[in-house]
Design a binder for this molecule. Structure first.
Ligand code: HGY
Ligand code: MN
Ligand code: MN
Ligand code: MN
Length: 401
């Protein structure tokens, strides 16, 4: 019977980001491929049948793949310079929970599966939860085929180079029909459990969140020969947007607006940029608040671009409504877990995408730093072990009858 930390230790060297610290494990790259192979080996060593669906998601089955299965799992990709736990803790805890059930002689009365979803972070192709959105039919497969990574490689091409066929991308009713319940365990990305001094929580909801690209276009020019009043510098409205985002979000209860990525072109230090791309990630507890924030920031961006003689093109790259997890399932799991607290999360998850198609739930494991998407993300081994026990109890409960 392996613990989550023993399993995570096996992949601790895979995809280390020497430049930023943490990990960079992007879908279909070498590191993620190594992780897929690791997961496949682990599952097969447990006598589980492993296959990859048409949307590049991995499935490992305990028992015949069948209707009304209880499914758990998470993702193995990361953001650039991400922590070791966001995603992999859920996958490792799923395997550890199955080990525990077997060691206790539990015989599930329903099929049980562990899934690994593709491109949950959107770190390579820009749209998060791509594997689960394709499976659930909440993104157009043709749009996905057009997605390109920063080096210009398309999603379909990247799939092929990973030995997978992009022909069958899209809603997978057969796979969906098999999922009776989906439960995802995840490291908490915040300090709710630290504040409550509890190791494990059940998720109550996910903020409404989306990702927009603001492309500011001006005139490239020489940094030394171009007078300041004779420029159309897109870096100025772009920088203003970054500051405006912080100000706008501060005025809305529970809202977050983040410019985590800003890319000038051509990016020379002695060059006035011709184009600056800013990606904005905006979230709030209510869809309309998030939409209002983005609208206000779009108006600011247009006005500031005009002031500088620049143009701006705004593209919505992803959107996820507020997810209120199935209340009955949530309360049921709270009971199974001796009154574990129910906490909202600002982070998007595959469980949030699947919640639109099947009763889904999440468990969170305490993170003493509260930090995520950075190397300081952490969970104590004892809490990870508690998380795997909690997941085993939940899986046993859900497969009972
Ligand atoms: O960005 C998110 O909320 C998630 O970590 N993909
Ligand atoms: Mn391989
Ligand atoms: Mn994440
Ligand atoms: Mn995650």
């Amino acid at each position: 019977m392996a613990t989550p930390n023993e399993l995570l230790a096996q992949i601790a060297d895979v995809g280390v980001d020497g430049k930023r610290g943490g990990y960079s494990r992007h879908v279909f790259d070498r590191a993620e491929h190594e992780l897929r192979d690791w997961f496949t080996e682990q599952a097969r060593a447990r006598g589980m049948e492993v296959n990859t669906d048409a949307n590049a998601n991995l499935w490992a089955w305990w028992g015949e793949p069948g209707p009304d299965a209880v499914v758990t799992g998470s993702h193995l990709d990361s953001v650039p310079g991400g922590g070791a736990l966001d995603g992999p803790l859920g996958v490792a805890s799923s395997l550890a929970a199955l080990d525990r059930l077997r060691a206790e002689g539990v015989r599930p009365r329903r099929p049980l599966a562990v899934t690994v979803f593709a491109e949950e972070e959107g770190g390579r192709f820009g749209v998060p939860c791509l594997g689960s959105r394709l499976l659930a039919g909440t993104i157009d497969p043709d749009r996905v085929r057009e997605l390109r990574d920063p080096t210009g490689v398309g999603f379909a091409e990247a799939m092929r180079s990973a030995g997978l066929s992009p022909e069958g991308l899209g809603r997978d009713d057969e796979a969906l029909s098999r999922i009776g319940r989906f439960v995802e365990l995840h490291v908490e990305q915040g300090r709710g459990l630290v504040d409550r001094q509890r190791p494990v929580a059940v998720a109550s909801s996910i903020l409404a969140h989306g990702r927009w690209r603001f492309r500011f276009e001006g005139q490239g020019d020489h940094a030394g020969t171009t007078p300041m009043d004779d420029r159309r510098d897109p870096m100025l409205p772009a920088s203003h947007l970054v500051l405006a985002a912080r100000q706008a979000a501060a005025g809305v209860e529970g809202a977050r607006a983040t410019a985590g990525r800003m890319v000038p072109t051509p990016g020379g230090t002695n060059v006035v940029a011709s184009t600056v791309d800013v990606w904005l990630d905006v979230r709030s507890p209510f869809e309309e608040r998030t939409r209002e924030l983005v609208l206000a920031l779009s108006e600011t961006a247009r006005a500031r671009a005009a002031d500088e003689g620049c143009r701006v093109e705004i593209t919505e790259e992803s959107w996820a409504d507020t997810v209120s997890f199935d209340a009955a399932l949530r309360d049921n799991l709270t009971e199974v877990l001796d009154g574990a607290p129910a906490l909202p999360t600002g982070a998007g998850h595959d469980a949030g995408v699947l919640a639109a198609r099947t009763p889904s739930a999440m468990l969170f494991v305490r993170n003493p730093t509260g930090i995520s998407h950075a190397p300081e993300e952490h969970a104590e081994p004892d809490d990870c072990a508690e998380g795997a026990v909690a997941l085993a109890r939940v899986l046993e409960h859900l497969t009972e009858g």
